[in-house]
Design a protein around this ligand. Structure first.
Ligand SMILES: [Zn+2]
Length: 277
């Protein structure tokens, strides 16, 4: 199949790959890039995914981002009692941070993997996309989950439905405008596939530009309040462990890119804050 429809805007998308198993498409209109993999080959989000493949990521939570989001929620709701749902909450790090940061917040988390228990957090085990929610929320956060969705429009509409009137959503994901993507493209052109294959792996199905993430949220009824690019803590980087030299090269390369993008912009992640129109 060489023709597919963009997962954001439904326009025609071109196949960038010749791989029969994993096809990467780019939308001819909005430049969104997405990966199509047969269901049987898709990533399984089991315990190993969190504890082994993404060991560093989950051991080094992005407290800088957590604090930024908590400050934004505070600025929006002041001292009001609110309910907050974190979709794809993983091991609950963001919710645990929030519990300490802001009182007067009823905290809920949903994830397909059950990875934690916490007396202050109501955890719902299952698939958010098919889950019947019993209430609305003032804030729905989703940090590094939307890039894993096969159907981002369905996911975003479900976030919209989960919010009450004047609710706000916070969505953090990869920024495919970032310098690291450009460098991976450059290395791929030189025949070095490692970084490209890691960015476009079997888990990351949607690669958002600043424009495609904004467009997705606007198309689903949101008004964008703020959008910013940034990085994650370098210690959270998971690199190939099979080869110590390769690991050192990856780590040094990403460190250099993070230093550059901290000064000139083009970070590897992006976060959007938006509200129901
Ligand atoms: Zn598109």
């Amino acid at each position: 199949m060489n023709q597919a429809r963009c997962t954001i805007c439904s326009n025609a998308a071109n196949n960038l790959t010749k791989d029969a198993e994993l096809s990467i498409y780019e939308c001819s209109l909005c430049s969104h890039v997405f990966t199509v993999i047969p269901a049987a080959r898709q990533k399984k989000y089991n315990h190993d995914y969190f504890s082994k493949e993404h060991e560093n990521w989950f051991k080094n939570p992005n407290t800088k981002l957590f604090r930024f989001i908590a400050d934004q929620v505070n600025a929006h709701f002041g001292h009001k009692n609110i309910a907050l749902l974190d979709v794809g909450c993983g091991n609950g790090d963001f919710l645990k941070f929030f519990a300490n940061y802001r009182k007067k917040t009823a905290l809920y988390g949903v994830d397909i993997a059950r990875l934690f228990e916490d007396a202050n957090i109501s955890f719902m085990h299952g698939d958010f996309n098919t889950m019947e929610l019993k209430q609305n929320f003032d804030v729905v956060t989703s940090l590094m989950a939307i890039e894993h969705m096969e159907n981002p429009v369905l996911f975003t509409k479900n976030i919209f439905s989960a919010l009450g009137r004047e609710g706000i959503a916070v969505v953090a994901t990869i920024n495919s405008n970032g310098l690291i993507y450009r460098l991976a493209d450059l290395l791929k052109a030189l025949g070095i596939m490692g970084p490209y294959d890691r960015l476009y792996d079997h888990a990351h199905l949607q690669h958002y530009t600043n424009a495609s993430l904004k467009k997705l949220l606007e198309n689903c009824g949101f008004e964008i309040l703020l959008q910013r690019n940034h990085n994650f803590p370098l210690a959270a980087l998971d690199v190939p462990k099979s080869n110590a030299v390769l690991e050192a090269v990856y780590r040094a390369g990403v460190a250099a890119v993070f230093t550059l993008t901290a000064v000139f912009g083009g970070g590897m992640m992006q976060t959007i804050i938006c509200r129901k129109k």
